[in-house]
Design a protein around this ligand. Structure first.
Ligand code: IVH
Length: 678
């Protein structure tokens, strides 16, 4: 018989091998060399050969790494996934306690309290200790198979860490995105011109429903387990026992859970976490109270939708008072005048809030918030902070005397009249040359989701506008090198880098160009629809309003905005200058799928180590954009290995096989020219 240490090692090896197979076959992003992987497999094979009781038909030593199909299929739950009834205050909680205690012979049952994680419910099925399937809740009876994505979630083990796993263990839990990761992800999405996720829950569910597990893997989802589904070959008498069993098996359980509580302790737990609800790195919307003994749970049973032995105590969305320091108006790139609140910084809903949009002038009038007021600020599940209204009881006399805040009739940046359009809630600065509008427009033009001009951020845009070197965005393509060199702090390198980035931006496909123009209502998605439908800039310019409005997903308001933009002689002239500068005016679809020259056609590139100017995905994309292929491991077919910092064993292998190795500079050169520099 294998001793405990050997069994443990075998379990570790199985888990590690599963993990690396997944990284290799599905994610195409291995973490270890082929040699290291083979070493792990051989070690497990040796253990299985000397201890046949450790052998298993599902062992990774038995199968070759065929990638599972990541498409979703409907799966019936072995046991229904129920929902929970809610209590919104202590009297509703007390009523639940009374019902529970009446339903049991026991007048003082023991309760468990858990945080109610605001995530996405899933069910994991382990058969003989192996993760067979991960399924979303769906309608409670049938959910979607998301096994491929779930395998990329770090705390979900592929194999349970148990010597004698039960024949079947179905465990329910909540998948969530840590708040910190959510904020980073949204910042990145914004920079790419993509829409922000409204809250971590939406981000989690969007991520889980990704068909491509590589995308799931890039987002650091996590999980806590809190419930039991169908089980075979396992006896547990209480919730507390079940949770200890899960923890021992290597499944994630929440450290905040408390068991063995009476009514009074339950109330304390609820009060404590209401005051500390933002301490954990995940969003919670309440506390779940459960009767602990499984015998009690059976006795109480369930209604058609929820167990009688558990209840969710829901917290109200958090609201705080703070001082409204000022109401200001920003002029956006479309000229829209957007009022916003400047607040005395206040910590609410998990982060510090200093600014909050007030949307438009009607909203400010309705709320009657005035500078100097004490206001209520709320940040609910969605992360966008809201000013709910003024606490008029606390309004200082001088603020009463000042009267309602008045929307300015002139632009705070250029003094031109602000006008409200018929039928629209928004007002606009009437000056097309408004300096703030130009700044916002130029900043947008160069942003990552638009023409992606590296080195042309907000500050540089402001500098070039302030100095009059640029007036409109098209001027960017006519910058004078000597004038740039004359600027303080602008050496040759900085200047040439910017000019090279501007030159490269001319090759961006039509959808990027259309988005960059800053046409009202034309975001990334609409720009893509227009580009795909019309194919060329000329075709978009020639289209009638009706033709544009007929595109699925566009509609009359957008169509009118597009027409007005191209009919306006000033904006039309800007577009002419862009075309004269040589920007690409098609999607690239007719000349191939590449928005840049396919200089790497026939190349097979291996990336290793970290690069400073590219993430792994960006580097891969850059190669693929040029018709090249990226593979995970070095072989005789590899054309080149790109070695960043801490490259690992792939460079050794390359040297062994005589495959050229380049550093980041060499890679950039390769992308530009399709040739290896010497
Ligand atoms: S127990 C049979 N415990 O809240 C009862 N649920 O609003 C199963 N949830 O569907 C639920 N944290 O997805 C339980 N600690 C926790 C939870 C929790 C979050 C979710 C769960 C449930 C939903 C009901």
């Amino acid at each position: 018989m294998a001793d405990a240490a050997t069994r443990k090692r075998a379990a570790e090896l199985r888990d590690e091998i599963e993990h690396h197979r997944y990284r290799y076959y599905i994610l195409d992003d291995p973490e270890v060399s082929d040699a290291e992987f083979d070493r792990l497999v051989r070690e497990l094979q040796r253990l299985e050969a000397t201890h046949p009781e450790l052998d298993h038909p599902d062992s990774p030593t038995k199968s070759v790494g065929a990638p599972p199909d990541p498409a979703f299929t409907a799966v019936e739950h072995r046991r229904r996934m129920l929902s929970l009834d809610n209590a919104f205050d202590t009297s509703e909680l007390d009523a639940w306690f009374d019902r529970v205690e009446k339903g049991l012979d026991d007048s003082e049952p023991s309760y468990a309290c858990e945080l109610k994680v605001d995530g996405v419910a899933i069910s994991l099925a382990y058969v003989d200790g192996w993760l067979e399937r991960a399924v979303t809740r769906g309608d409670g009876r049938t959910g979607e198979d998301i096994t491929a994505g779930a395998r990329t979630i770090d705390p979900i083990p592929g194999v349970l860490n148990l010597d004698r796993p039960p024949a079947l263990l179905e465990v329910r839990g909540e998948v969530f995105l840590p708040v910190s990761a959510f904020e980073e992800m949204n910042a990145a999405r914004e920079a790419l011109g993509e829409e922000r996720f409204a809250n971590p829950r939406n981000a989690t569910s969007g991520t889980l429903r990704q068909k491509d597990p590589r995308i799931t893997a890039q987002r650091p989802l996590s999980m806590v387990c809190h419930g039991m589904g169908a089980i075979e070959g396992l006896e547990v008498a209480s919730h507390a026992e079940f949770l200890s069993f899960l923890a021992a098996a290597g499944l994630p359980v929440a450290p905040e859970t408390r068991t063995g509580l009476d009514r009074g302790r339950v109330r304390e737990y609820i009060r404590y976490w209401q005051a500390h609800r933002h301490d954990p790195d995940y969003e919670i919307d309440g506390v779940v109270v459960k009767v602990e003994s499984h015998a009690h749970q059976r006795q109480l049973g369930a209604t058609s939708s929820a167990p009688r032995w558990a209840i969710a105590y829901k917290y109200p969305p958090e609201e705080k008072e703070t001082r409204l320091l000022d109401v200001r108006v920003n002029i956006g790139r479309t000229g829209a005048a957007n009022p916003y609140a400047v607040l005395e910084p206040v910590f609410v809903g998990g982060s510090t809030v200093t600014y909050a949009t007030l949307h438009n002038q009607d909203q400010v009038r309705l709320k009657d918030v005035r500078p100097g007021d004490v206001v209520m600020v709320r940040k609910a599940g969605d992360v966008i902070p809201q000013v709910i209204g003024a606490v008029t009881a606390k309004r200082p006399p001088e603020v009463w005397r000042a009267g309602p805040w008045r929307f300015p009739d002139t632009c705070p940046f250029c003094g031109s009249p602000i006008e409200r359009l018929e039928g629209e809630a928004a007002s606009y600065c009437t000056n097309l040359d408004c300096p703030n509008r130009r700044l916002e427009a130029l900043d947008h033009f160069a942003s990552r989701g638009a023409l992606d001009i590296e080195g042309l951020g907000y500050e540089t845009a402001k500098l070039l506008l302030d100095l009059g070197m640029v007036e409109q965005f098209a001027d960017i393509f006519y910058l004078d090198r000597d004038a740039l060199l004359a600027l303080q702090g602008w050496g040759q390198k900085k200047t040439d880098n910017l000019l090279a980035a501007i030159e490269a931006a001319k090759g961006q496909p039509l959808e990027r160009l259309l988005f960059a123009l800053g046409i009202p209502h034309v975001g990334g998605t609409v720009a893509r629809l227009l580009a795909r439908h019309f194919g060329t800039l000329n075709a978009v310019r020639a289209a009638t309003q009706e033709e544009i409005a007929a595109i699925d997903g566009v509609g009359p308001v957008i169509a009118q905005a597009v027409r007005q933009f191209f009919d306006n002689p000033r904006t039309a002239q800007q577009v002419d200058r862009l075309v004269a500068a040589g920007v690409r005016t098609d999607t690239g679809a007719t000349s191939g799928r590449w928005s840049v020259e396919p200089v790497l056609e026939g190349w097979t590139v291996v990336l290793t180590g970290s690069l400073s100017r590219f993430t792994r995905d960006e580097a891969k994309q850059a190669v693929e954009d040029r018709a090249g292929k990226v593979t995970a491991s070095v072989s005789g077919n590899t054309s080149v290995v790109v070695a960043g910092d801490n490259p690992g064993s792939k460079t050794d292998k390359a040297k062994e096989l005589g495959v050229p190795v380049v550093d980041e500079e060499g890679f950039v050169e390769l992308l530009r020219t399709g040739e290896l520099s010497d």
